[in-house]
Design a protein around this ligand. Structure first.
Ligand code: SF4
Length: 272
């Protein structure tokens, strides 16, 4: 492992390793940063504002006014947008407007249903000796929630299998995890709850962490399936230097052993 390989795993790193180990290698082993996309910037900026909203409630026991949230959002987005390197079809103004509309919907429809006791709470736990770190967006007495700024609202099944939420439930020893989806396309905010069996999930995390820690130690990071949605110029910030560079690749040897006829290795049966 190089110096840039972190000595801990975060849940987002584990997710990246599971989606595409080669992408993890570009980012955390080779230390190459992908262009900062507008969707990620908007998500990060909205998380910061929601943190302010929840922190204010914990201090004052009342919610910030919409006009105050609009001011905070304008400031935070004004700072964040300077770092955006990939705007796609968005603009500074379009995100400014849609971001505030979503925050206002959150304040009107969801905030009152929550009683924050902590927000953006940091944790560092060791699972089978491997350090796993993260931040929990919203902690309530009996639940944990994760904000997602999305183009597609996750299904109930997506939430029940949500690794991040499962880990947050384990860390806080609660059974109820919620995704609070802020849908940019539909301009709606949806709370999707799910119950997590912490004992079962901890057992599964043990397997996941062991295997991906072994992968990091071995330094072998295979690519994802070529038909994966993310293996495209639109969704992978490393596409140009990774898969997109394969046309120029030299030195790959292919040997034509037999074309046509009957396979002599009859005993071997391959899965379809
Ligand atoms: S181009 Fe495909 S294989 Fe390469 S890092 Fe991106 S998703 Fe992974």
């Amino acid at each position: 492992m190089t110096d840039s390989c972190p000595d801990h795993l975060s849940v987002s790193q584990i997710s990246m390793l599971m989606r595409c180990p080669m992408q993890y290698e570009w980012r955390y082993i080779k230390g190459v940063k992908a262009p900062y996309p507008v969707a990620l910037a908007q998500g990060n900026a909205m998380h910061r504002v929601l943190q302010s909203v929840n922190s204010y409630f914990m201090l004052k026991k009342k919610w910030l006014k919409e006009a105050d949230v609009a001011d905070i959002w304008r400031t935070v987005w004004g700072e964040t947008q300077k770092e955006v390197e990939d705007w796609g079809e968005e603009s500074q103004e379009s995100v400014l407007v849609s971001g505030f509309d979503l925050l206002r919907t959150y304040l009107r429809e969801v905030a009152d249903e929550t009683v924050p006791v902590a927000c953006e709470e940091f944790f560092d736990v060791k699972i089978n000796g491997e350090s796993v770190i993260g931040y929990i967006d919203l902690v309530e007495k009996d639940s944990v929630s994760d904000y997602k700024v999305v183009g597609r609202t996750p299904s109930q099944k997506d939430v029940e299998n949500h690794m991040q939420l499962a880990l947050y439930c384990i860390v806080k020893q609660v059974k109820l995890g919620q995704i609070i989806a802020l849908n940019k396309k539909k301009q709606e905010v949806t709370v999707i709850p799910a119950k997590f069996n912490c004992k079962e999930w901890l057992g599964w995390f043990g397997d996941i962490i062991d295997r991906y820690a072994a992968m990091r130690k071995a330094g072998v990071f295979p690519p994802c399936q070529p038909d994966s949605w993310m293996c495209s110029e639109k969704f992978c910030g490393y596409y140009k230097q990774c898969r997109g560079a394969s046309r120029k690749k030299k030195g790959v040897r292919i040997q034509y052993v037999q074309i046509g006829g009957v396979d002599p290795r009859k005993a071997e049966v391959e899965d379809e």
